[in-house]
Design a binder for this molecule. Sequence first.
Ligand code: AKB
Length: 320
Amino acid sequence: MKRILVVGAGGQIGTELVPFLQKNYGEDNVIAAEVRPEVVERLSENSMAIQLDALDFNGYGEAIKKYNIDGIYNLVALLSAKGELNPELAWKINMGALMNSLNLAKELNCALFTPSSIGAFGNSTPHYKTPQDTVMRPDTVYGICKVAGELLGDYYHRRYGVDTRSVRFPGIISNGCLPGGGTTDYAVEVFYEVIKNGRYTCEVPEDAYMDMIYMPDALEATVQLMEADPSRLKHRNSFNIASMSFTPEQIFNEIKKRIPSFTWDYKIDPVKANIANSWPDCLDDTCAREEWDWNPKWGLQEMITDMLKVCEEKVKAGLY
Ligand code: AKB
């Protein structure tokens, strides 16, 4: 890939993926696209940024042609908890952006990355060491979109030869941009609340195990997969990746070891509780390790140290 368009670039992943891609492919070869004008303005401080509605097929196609794009990262999505508030809208946005991305990748000869998620799994999936290929009957509209997206990605590859690739992201922990509308958001919010207020109220049950990943590993995985030798890929859409798995109670206790005054309680959101309990406890990522050498670097302890340090700096600087 030489010229990359990141669609939905203003969210949690895009905010950090754009500079990461710039480092890998050159500043002028990465274009950040976002629908919200105020976010386009923010993005334009550090990269080429354009306003683009991923649901507008013609406008999306024009941008690909104008900037000679040959690689698309489609990050447009309403996340799991938010999607349950308005399932029709979630389907319209998530699938609309995906279908436009697939069809434009096919017509204009682009590689396409669209993330899937642990949300593609559901209650009937084996929860421990969830295999790469297993039961996928998600309980949320977000998950249904992810499963449909995985199948369509494989279909466009098989039928039309489109270079589609994807990973199933765990909850992503980051200190760049706060996530919004996800079930795993608690694992990011807690760091800011600890620093600002010394306490946190968690909406996810204390014993709900979920896979998580620190942003540097998530970024590395994305580029590593897109650069992988295609002849080694037996799978494409979508790879399990894993690096850490914990419950709210476990991470809060680890944070308390560093900040003894930290206190927390629970005010369970039934929607998030159902989602968290339906997702795997931990994934088996053997295929990603074998097919493209996935090898995460960040574990729970290193992540906590880094998050506390960076969040403290940001809170002190008045950025949160
Ligand atoms: C969410 O919680 O919805 C996302 C995800 C795991 O896909 N962070």
